[in-house]
Structure formats: C-alpha cells, structure tokens
Design a protein. Structure first.
Length: 98
C-alpha cells in the first residue's frame, strides 16, 4: 500500500533513523498513512478533544511508541501534552523526510 502511494522508496528508513536519534530510549514505529492523515487533520491542535478522539490518539501512540494501550485520564494533562508533543514530532519527521 505504501509503495503504491509513495513509490518504491517511502523514506521510512530515513524516518526511522531520525526517530531513533530523537527518541533513543523508545522503540518507535513509523506512522501508517491513515494515522498520519488523521493526525494531520488538526486534531492535535484542538483545545478540547472528544473521548472518541482521545481513544484514537491513545491507540496510535501506543502502537507507535510500543506501550500498552490505555486512555489517560483527562485530569492528568501532562501525559496528554507529552503524547501530543511526541505525535507532533512524528508528523514533523514524516514531513521532513517526504
């Protein structure tokens, strides 16, 4: 699927290298095209994120950063801020390599 969209070289090797430098202590996976499209829609810039979107963001974050899926309580904004920052960094990496 990625080859059909991005051609023979999707830039994933460069993206992985960049991510390994940016997040050296975490096993990081590339965003799927659908995840990248969803996150690029502006959802990470919203002041209030619906429960459904929180679940989607948590699902993406847990897959990309290889941790157990859970939806943090909205009463703990520091976790959400960290996750949103990390996912924004992932989007920046995807744009940088593209």
């Amino acid at each position: 699927m990625v080859k059909a969209i991005a051609g023979e070289d999707c830039g994933c090797d460069e993206r992985k290298e960049w991510l390994n430098k940016k997040f050296p202590y975490k096993k990081v996976e590339c965003l799927d095209p659908e995840e990248e499209e969803y996150l690029s829609s502006g959802i990470l810039k919203e002041k209030r994120i619906s429960r459904k979107d929180q679940e989607m963001i948590a699902k993406i974050h847990s897959r990309v950063f290889s941790h157990k899926y859970h939806v943090p309580c909205s009463c703990n904004p520091s976790i959400w801020k960290q996750w949103i920052r990390e996912l924004n960094d992932m989007l920046d990496a995807a744009e940088e390599v593209s």
